[in-house]
Design a protein around this ligand. Structure first.
Ligand SMILES: Cc1cc2nc3c(=O)[nH]c(=O)nc-3n(C[C@H](O)[C@H](O)[C@H](O)COP(=O)(O)OP(=O)(O)OC[C@H]3O[C@@H](n4cnc5c(N)ncnc54)[C@H](O)[C@@H]3O)c2cc1C
Length: 391
């Protein structure tokens, strides 16, 4: 199927235009100030929520629009291409597909109680999976949830939990059966959607390189009581539920990065056309033009892979390799575009005035999270090339 047949249907063009016009209300000056002051973009988050966009991929019976991963990817790519770049994406990312495990495995009561509040923006939620001593080896997490009568009690520590400072809720992965008693390391992990009760949960922000408007945190759980009905699905199957939504997450992340890369490229092209040195625009030099043309090509290729993966996902076809490859290609294409924008602007790339340094700082994170390029290549080598598992 051609690019236009997927991305430029009338509905998707209208979707892109609606998101773009909402994002245009929040310009570079808005995001730069929030980045400088480490302030959460509440006005942007409220605007997205009140326009109903948080429910784009949620079932209509709970207040969502019931659209697919393709539409969600188009939305996130448009947000990534806005002045808010990765900070804007991270403000809403978890709400778009993060609760897919609730949609697929939650009870009817849970869906009715929770999803409308997440879609309306009444509840902000964060994602508590990564731990300092486990890293990408998620099955080795140590946070424990122990059943005591009509509730679980959680002890442990998470790291990098984004938006926890501003969230009431957390989608939390914890071990409910000791790993030694499980047939496989990924067994015995359970998923909860529960409250970040300040009486037993301590949240401390991690100083970091960029995306300062959106906090990432260490979160210490010291006896958090979790009611039984905050368990999603069956005890011990939580890691499998997370795996269910990983392909969609990879696709959305790829789309975000492509949008960010396109913004960097646009700034670089404008500057290359206008900046005159040695009596002519620097964009007349092939050493400036060619890398920008290369970025255009890489971003386009990554976008095609992303749309292809989204289409496979929406039609319930296997898409693990394509979703991973899309994330890999997008992260590299986006990073090259940010790097090239910085070089094209020369000294002004390093100055805050043109915002490229902010985009560059934010772009770096997409090389590392939510999954690193190394782990993607491990996955493709094993699953697509039949090479031995290396981790
Ligand atoms: C800005 C930001 C926001 C985040 N938000 C969240 C969030 O909201 N919730 C959450 O749960 N997590 C979040 N994360 C965590 C993120 O998902 C992890 O940082 C990521 O999964 C990598 O884990 P790690 O940093 O522990 O790396 P490690 O696992 O320590 O790995 C370090 C390096 O070693 C490489 N490596 C490790 N093992 C192998 C191997 N076998 N073969 C080859 N290479 C290997 C990795 O690829 C990586 O380059 C966030 C991270 C960042 C930076």
């Amino acid at each position: 199927m051609s690019y236009a047949a997927i991305a430029d249907t009338p509905d998707r063009v209208a979707l892109r235009e609606a998101i773009r016009s909402l994002c245009d209300r929040f310009d570079d000056a808005y995001w730069a100030e929030l980045d400088r002051t480490h302030t959460f973009p509440a006005a942007f988050a409220d605007a997205i929520a009140s326009a109903g966009w948080l429910g784009i991929a949620m079932p209509p019976e709970y207040g969502g629009a019931g659209l697919g991963v393709t539409e969600a990817a188009i939305m996130m790519q448009t947000i990534g291409a806005s002045a808010g770049a990765f900070a804007a994406c991270s403000t809403v990312h978890i709400n778009i597909f993060g609760l897919h495990s609730v949609v697929r495995h939650g009870s009817e009561q849970q869906k009715r109680d929770w999803l409308p509040k997440v879609i309306s923006g009444q509840w902000r939620t964060c994602f508590g999976v990564t731990e300092p001593d486990a890293g990408l080896d998620t099955a080795r997490i140590k946070t424990r949830a122990v059943r005591e009568g009509d509730h679980y009690v959680v002890h442990g520590q998470k790291i990098w939990t984004s938006t926890a400072q501003h969230s009431q809720k957390v989608l939390l992965l914890a071990r409910t059966t000791p790993i030694e008693q499980c047939a496989r390391p990924i067994d015995g992990l359970s998923l909860f959607f529960t409250d970040l009760d300040p009486a037993t949960v301590r949240i401390t922000e991690i100083p970091k390189m960029g995306r300062h408007a959106v906090d990432s945190n260490q979160v210490f759980y010291d006896g958090l009581k979790v009611p039984l009905d905050h368990l999603i699905g069956v005890e011990g199957k939580g890691f499998r539920y997370i795996l269910d939504s990983l392909n969609a997450e990879r696709i959305l992340n790829a789309a975000e990065v492509i949008g960010m890369g396109r913004r960097c490229l646009a700034v670089a092209v404008r500057y290359a056309s206008e900046r005159v040195v040695f009596g002519r625009p620097i964009g007349m030099n092939q050493s400036i033009q060619h890398p920008l043309a290369q970025c255009w090509s890489e971003l386009y290729a990554a976008e095609l892979m992303t749309l292809h993966a989204a289409q496979l996902c929406d039609t319930q076809q296997p898409c693990g390799a394509q979703a991973n490859a899309a994330k890999y290609l997008a992260a590299d294409a986006g990073f090259h575009a940010a790097d090239r924008a910085m070089r094209t602007l020369g000294g002004m790339g390093y100055a805050a005035e043109f915002h490229v340094e902010r985009y560059f700082r934010e772009m770096m994170a997409t090389q590392l999270a939510p999954v690193s390029r190394e782990m993607i290549l491990c996955h493709i080598a094993e699953r697509e090339l039949g090479l031995p598992k290396s981790y």
